[in-house]
Design a protein around this ligand. Structure first.
Ligand code: HEM
Length: 238
């Protein structure tokens, strides 16, 4: 669980950093998405690796839950008295289910474009790159390249308040899941000792809160009118 958890944490944090480019010039998020989508075999290797991590993570959770139930025996506890368990740790399985449902919805929405196909007719609107998009100093997408307008797709998606609400709840639960996940990870690594324990918990809590707020900024930005279909001149000039 720990190894797959680390890979998944790296993915979600990297994904958030990439997504926050939506607050920059539209070239950034659209160039970034076009670059990733056209990586070819490395993209499929990464996707397969991610999928394998999700599957192993769920399998390990299931095995642990079964072992836990067996250890408890056929009779349920008469009284559940939580001694030191946090809310995040008690609801790991349920937050995990919601995150899984969210990922399936999210893939249908943004990777497969299922709900958009009716609105954008056949394909996403096209966007012509105003400048070059660079990755590690190299030109990854040239100015003038016509790419799918992922920015428009996101702004359109988050104009739906039900979608916004679902994202906020799911990302909130994902952040709680990460909070306890990171705690357990440090326990596994033996870092949750007397001298480190408190400081580590404070850092993890801050990091999870930052993760939650960072993700919230995107649907929140659309709801607040900061992210619009036509970016304000200040953003477009960046
Ligand atoms: C507000 C938050 C989020 C936004 C705006 C967002 C946006 C996107 C977009 C636009 C894509 C499609 C990329 C493309 O086709 O170019 C995508 C793909 C994806 N997202 Fe998110 N995402 C968010 C949160 C999350 C979270 C929390 C997770 C995981 C729990 C996640 C997991 C994925 C996965 C697995 C893919 C598929 C990547 C691939 O195509 O291989 N996303 N996301």
């Amino acid at each position: 669980m720990a190894v797959t958890g680390i890979v998944l944490i790296i993915f979600v944090v990297g994904h958030l950093v990439g997504n926050l480019q939506i607050f920059e010039h539209p070239d950034r998020i659209n160039g970034y998405s076009y670059f990733l989508q056209n990586l070819g075999p490395p993209l499929w290797i990464a996707r397969t690796g991610l999928l394998a991590c999700v599957a192993i993570h769920i399998w390990a959770a299931t095995v642990l839950t079964i072992a836990d139930r067996r250890a408890r025996g056929p009779q349920a506890y008469r009284q559940n008295h939580w001694l030191k368990a946090t809310v995040a740790s008690r609801y790991m399985r349920w937050t995990g289910y919601v995150v899984l449902a969210f990922i399936l919805f999210h893939l249908a929405q943004f990777t497969l474009g299922v709900p958009h196909s009716a609105t954008f007719k056949t394909e996403l609107p096209a966007y012509t790159m105003a400048g070059d998009y660079h990755v590690m100093g190299f030109v990854a997408v040239r100015a003038g390249t016509v790419v799918p307008d992922v920015r428009a797709m996101e702004v359109f998606a988050f104009q739906n308040r039900v979608v916004d609400l679902f994202y906020m709840v799911a990302i909130g639960l994902l952040s709680l899941h990460l909070l306890h996940g990171a705690d357990s990870l440090f326990q596994t690594l033996g870092w949750r000792n007397e001298s480190w324990g408190r400081g580590l918990r404070a850092i993890v809590t801050l990091a999870c809160a930052a993760y939650f707020l960072g993700n919230l900024a995107i649907p929140g930005g659309v709801m607040a009118g900061v992210l619009t279909q036509n970016p304000p001149a200040a953003i477009a000039a960046r």
